[in-house]
Design a protein around this ligand. Structure first.
Ligand SMILES: Cc1cc2nc3c(=O)[nH]c(=O)nc-3n(C[C@H](O)[C@H](O)[C@H](O)COP(=O)(O)OP(=O)(O)OC[C@H]3O[C@@H](n4cnc5c(N)ncnc54)[C@H](O)[C@@H]3O)c2cc1C
Length: 422
């Protein structure tokens, strides 16, 4: 029995799902190569699916601890009461059954570059020819000393990874008395989803407007001004939530008094009934050995997404040091996943990767239950500077918030979920 097959059988005992080798997806008994993918979010799930679509003779093993995919995009609408957790949850069934991706329900603890193995928290290691890491973000808790422990983190939520905290924050908002104050503290850029915090305050304010009209929303922004779609958000706040949302720029949190329900700023303290604190962010922990910038982010070759720190290790999504004007978004991570999948398939087949990849980005933000605004951009590989650059004149922002854009937002979400997981 060769090493690869033996490892896979061991992993099978630890929870690999073997289901789904019918239909169009099939894996020959001796796969050409094995790609391990860590993280079944927007980047990782897309890469796993597209590698199998482009070359079914490559075995793909996706390592992901969660039973189902829960989307950050649209999760702010759960806080607003317009969507449920079920609305933003998609099973991994199609990846397994339609595309033949093997799923290991476990957490990767380390990547052994020399041995070409991913170590797992419960199961035996998964060996690979190439590994793709798309673990999203983790938090720099050291920036908020009192938030270091589990008790503090269970009381003051971030809800910046969609899942149990999303539902828990909604319950905190429901339990808050009318007349209370919800405080959202956001870090300096770069962070996951530039417009996300501004959308979140709209959603919470929409809930308060309908159900707790004496309540207030306070946004403490560590940045000097709104970092994305500024004029559109400010208009929405003025027109829809005039006496509800207060925006305070230059308000960087330095700690939290959890018991006192206070966000401590560089200058002064702010008390609230529900605190929602987003710490500064960095690459997902499992990617830490491949961080090359500011102890936070990972650099890659934009043609292949291969790490600048290690060969045969590819990194996608929010863990990356972004190229100029490139947001940390689901649309981007999904695009990274496709370009990386094509490059990995090419490399395994001894072919050259596409020399001029292009990515598109659209970020929608729901400013109420029905109205939305967007920002769009196109990013093309620049051969001279070896980075992705925004294409001048391509993209732009909405003329105004409206319900048509609200419908486009829901269509965008349905499409990207189908493209990533369907
Ligand atoms: C409130 C909110 C709203 C947003 N709205 C939008 C939007 O409207 N449009 C948009 O484009 N983007 C939006 N985003 C941003 C988007 O969610 C992220 O940019 C995107 O999820 C990044 O994809 P990723 O693959 O890097 O990470 P993720 O999608 O977070 O996937 C990471 C996956 O890795 C898994 N993982 C982590 N560590 C390990 C490990 N050690 N072992 C195994 N698995 C691991 C996690 O369980 C997770 O499934 C929003 C984000 C938030 C928080």
């Amino acid at each position: 029995m060769n090493m690869r097959r033996r490892d896979f059988l061991i992993a099978g005992a630890a929870g690999v799902t073997l289901a789904g080798f019918s239909g169009c997806a099939s894996t020959p008994s001796a796969p050409k190569a094995r790609v391990a993918v860590v993280g079944g979010g927007y980047g990782g799930a897309t890469a796993a699916k597209y590698i199998r679509m482009l070359d079914p003779s490559i075995e793909v093993v996706l390592i992901e601890p969660n039973e189902a995919f829960v989307s950050c995009p649209i999760s702010n609408m759960v806080l607003g009461g317009f969507k449920t957790m079920a609305d933003i949850t998609t099973p991994y069934t199609a990846l397994e059954r339609t595309h033949g991706v093997k799923i290991v329900r476990d957490t990767a603890t380390a990547v052994d570059v020399e041995k070409k193995q991913v170590r797992l928290s419960r199961g035996d290691p998964v060996s690979f020819d190439r590994v793709i890491l798309s673990p999203g973000i983790d938090f720099m808790w050291e920036a908020l000393p009192a938030m270091g422990g589990a008790d503090a983190q269970n009381a003051v939520l971030h809800a910046w990874k969609a899942g149990p905290q999303t539902a828990q924050l909604r319950r905190q908002l429901e339990a808050m008395p009318d007349g209370g104050v919800y405080v959202l503290s956001m870090p300096e850029a770069p962070y996951r989803c530039p417009p996300g915090p501004y959308e979140r305050v709209c959603q919470v304010a929409a809930y308060f407007k309908a159900s707790k009209p004496r309540s207030k929303v306070l946004l403490l922004d560590a940045n000097q001004d709104v970092t994305s779609k500024g004029p559109l958000f400010k208009k929405a706040w003025a027109e829809l939530y005039k006496d509800i949302i207060e925006y305070r720029p230059n308000s960087k949190a330095v700690d939290v008094d959890v018991r006192g329900s206070v966000v401590k700023l560089e200058f002064g303290d702010v008390k609230g009934n529900v605190l929602n604190v987003l710490p500064p962010m960095k690459a997902g922990n499992v990617a830490a050995p491949f961080i090359t910038v500011n102890r936070r982010w990972c650099e890659v070759d934009w043609l292949t997404y291969e790490s600048k720190a290690a060969k045969n290790v590819h990194i996608l999504g929010d863990s990356l040091q972004i190229a100029p004007a490139m947001p940390k978004s689901a649309t981007m991570a999904n695009g990274h996943g496709k370009v990386c999948a094509a490059a990995v398939v090419a490399l395994i087949n001894n072919q050259a990767p596409n020399p001029s990849p292009t990515l598109i980005n659209t970020c929608y933000s729901m400013v109420s239950g029905t109205q939305s605004v967007h920002v769009a951009s196109v990013h093309k590989y620049d051969e001279k500077d070896r980075t992705m650059k925004a294409v001048p004149g391509a993209g732009g922002v909405s003329a105004a918030m409206n319900e048509a854009e609200g419908a486009y937002t829901m269509n965008w979400a349905a499409n990207i979920w189908a493209d990533t997981l369907g």
